[in-house]
Design a protein around this ligand. Structure first.
Ligand code: ZN
Length: 673
């Protein structure tokens, strides 16, 4: 075996893997799997779990294990060679995935397996087969031939138009620039944003500073620029991107929105749903559009009085009416005046290695797991560490790579990904391994990287996902760890962990001052805690506005009459929003999450999972924050189960009741009524 990507006997051989290995490896493994599936389906025997499902699970595991270093390196190395290799191989994978989900004989074999379930069938086996059958159905495999062809055509056109939607947003953003020659106009902008504007101006050889419509610049101007006219100008440009109100009609997404909604409705109906919202919820924890709408309206009704108070306070503080381009700016000023929490001062207390140590201590306290830095593991950059994870009795659980610091070429943001999924098939166990990736400030002269408190929250969040991946007990990779977990529950373990980053006892162990070595003083923590709620209810309403709009347009679209999305948006804003948006505001036209990304009729998931996370955390509050029994129950009922159980049932098994919204309201400083 000469292609190192195909060597799955241990961890990826990062030192040996090169971009030119990618396409041959992916081609080879797909070809092998294709032949094997044909042979399985041609076999002259009644299909059962062991003869059909197990080999498919093995193949899924192998393909994902071979692909994972590719997609990972493409993100963290960011070289053009890796990107190109990735882009060449991705269509092969997509095509293979479609071929599998459209394979009628395979679907029928799974259906035969399901028809022979008996009392010896475990719940996990049942789930693995049922989820696979669900996904076959959602992919249109069991449609009559003419409908099947139409379904495929609709899906293909949708993919094209969604891509066009995203390109329009990107191109419209790229086309907009604002040259500034007088530094005074940029008063208040942080040094980093100033430097960015300066280098943009240099790169294009115009003006002294150049503002562009990328998110960091937009965010910096809206939050910090003293110049109100500048904020309004930037706001106007932002909310008219890719619309009929924008400068270039070529980028207008109006027609794309109409077409996307029409095609989604048609696709949903072809596979037996009333509308696309129902289709989307088929893979989620929430069961009906009405249930989601009720959930959002309940949250909104409770948050509204608090949001009104916040807005009134802000208005009083600013001494004027708060327009949409003022809200973030005055909130920031208000926070500084009221709580005087300096991010710079906080940062001195959080060296990255101390934070990680505190995080490991916390996981040890809760779940009895331990982490050990292992030297000598092959990595892709000298900063990357590998940790092996062990259980109470020293039993190996898995491991993960930590790549914490920003460097050039590395994708921005923070995320985790699986490297190896857990599996236990035919008596052989493979332990889970993951990647934890952040973009913290690189170490200073002494090699110390200091984190802001928001960075601390971020690493707790991602670590929550990692524990979900590592602590699973499920044997079948398609439903192990995060796989098979409903989309609106995936952010439960991560947002749950965030709560610990707001707890003094935890932060005390995560902090040591860069000079004095002292832990975070309680007085500073208390101010930080107070500032947590500032603007929380207004932010809640904003998210509810997006979520309700998204769900309503996908539930209400009518093939005969179409749907006026701007009218639906106006209704939602009348119902939910406290800020008045100007008539030129075209939120939908750049709302790529739902029109180009995977969040269609799923934007509510953010709030849904946040409710679960806050409610789950409250169980820890009630029993004592480090209570081992509560932690053991959370681990057993939530973290270990993957996609093997109905998630609501599992939640009730943990909490003794269904989730309610009060905990999230309290956490946001809103008194439940
Ligand atoms: Zn997350």
């Amino acid at each position: 075996m000469t292609n190192p990507l195909l060597d799955t006997s241990s961890l990826p051989r990062f030192a040996d893997i090169a971009p030119e290995h990618v396409v041959p490896a992916i081609r080879a493994v797909i070809e092998r799997h294709r032949l094997r599936i044909d042979r399985l389906l041609d076999a002259d025997r009644e299909p059962d779990f062991d003869s059909i499902v197990l080999p498919l699970e093995e193949m899924e595991h192998e393909l994902s294990r071979i692909w994972s270093p590719v997609s990972h390196l493409q993100g963290v190395l960011g070289s053009s060679e890796w990107r190109e290799a990735f882009n060449q191989a991705l269509p092969l994978l997509t095509e293979h995935g479609t071929e599998l989900s459209q394979n009628l004989r395979l679907q029928q074999a799974y259906a035969r397996v399901a028809s022979r379930f008996d009392e010896a069938t475990s719940p996990a086996q049942r789930s693995a087969v049922e989820l696979a059958l669900r996904d076959f159905h959602l992919a249109g495999v069991d449609l009559p031939d003419d409908n099947k062809a139409r379904f495929k055509a609709v899906k293909r056109e949708l993919a094209e138009i969604q891509a066009r939607f995203e390109h329009n947003v990107q191109d419209a953003s790229d086309a907009w620039q604002l040259g500034i020659s007088d530094e005074g106009e940029l008063e208040g902008l942080p040094a980093q944003a100033m430097a960015r504007a300066r280098s943009e101006a240099e790169a294009r050889d115009r003006d002294a500073w150049l503002l562009t419509l990328d998110h960091p610049t937009y965010h910096a101007v809206m939050t910090h620029a003293e110049n109100r006219t500048l904020r309004e100008t930037m706001y106007h440009a932002w909310v008219t991107r890719a619309s009929d109100e924008g400068p270039d009609p070529d980028f207008d997404n109006g027609d794309n929105i109409r077409r996307i909604l029409a095609l989604r409705k048609e696709a949903a109906e072809l596979v037996g749903f009333g509308n696309y919202a129902e289709y989307s919820l088929a893979t989620k924890m929430a069961s009906t559009p009405a249930e989601v709408i009720r959930f959002l309206r309940e949250l909104s009704a409770h948050s509204r009085p608090a949001a009104e108070r916040e807005l009134a306070e802000l208005r009083e503080f600013a001494g004027m009416t708060i327009e949409p381009w003022d809200a973030a700016f005055y909130l920031e000023k208000y926070k500084q005046a009221r709580f005087s929490v300096s991010n710079q001062a906080l940062r001195q207390y959080f060296p990255a290695h101390t934070v990680m140590k505190g995080l490991f201590d916390l996981a040890a306290k809760l779940y009895g797991v331990s982490f050990e830095n292992e030297e000598g593991v092959d990595v892709w950059h000298e900063d990357v560490l590998y940790f092996s994870v062990k259980g109470d009795g020293g039993d190996a659980i898995g491991g993960f790579y930590a790549d914490l610091y920003a460097r050039s070429g590395k994708r921005t943001g923070a995320w985790i990904d699986d490297c190896v999924n857990r599996k236990c098939l035919n008596g052989h166990t493979t332990l889970p391994v993951g990647y934890l990736v952040c973009n913290f400030a690189p170490g200073d002269g002494r090699g110390v990287s200091l984190l802001g408190h928001d960075d601390v929250v971020t690493v707790f969040h991602e670590f929550g996902h990692m524990l979900h991946h590592l602590l699973t007990r499920i044997d079948y990779p398609s439903i192990a760890g995060i796989n098979g977990v409903p989309w609106d529950a995936v952010e439960l373990p991560s947002q749950f962990m965030e709560n610990f980053a707001w707890n003094y006892e935890v932060l005390e162990r995560c902090s040591s001052h860069a000079e004095s070595g002292e832990p975070l003083p309680r007085s500073l923590f208390e101010r930080l805690e107070d500032s947590r709620h500032a603007g929380a209810a207004l932010a809640m309403l904003r998210q509810i506005e997006f979520a309700l709009f998204d769900l309503r347009i996908h539930a209400e679209y009518d093939a005969e009459t179409g749907l006026d999305v701007m009218r639906t948006l106006a209704e939602v804003r009348d119902e939910v929003s406290l800020l008045r948006h100007p008539g030129y505001n075209r939120l939908p036209h750049a709302f790529a999450h739902i029109f180009a990304g995977g969040y269609a009729a799923g934007y509510y998931s953010y709030k849904w999972a946040e409710v679960l996370a806050a409610d789950a955390f409250e169980a820890f509050h009630e029993a004592g924050i480090f209570d081992r029994d509560t932690a053991a129950r959370f681990r057993r009922e939530i973290l270990e189960i993957g996609g093997s159980r109905d998630f609501m049932e599992a939640y009730v098994a943990f909490r003794g009741r269904k989730p309610d919204i009060d905990a999230l309201l309290r956490q946001s400083g809103i008194e439940p009524q």
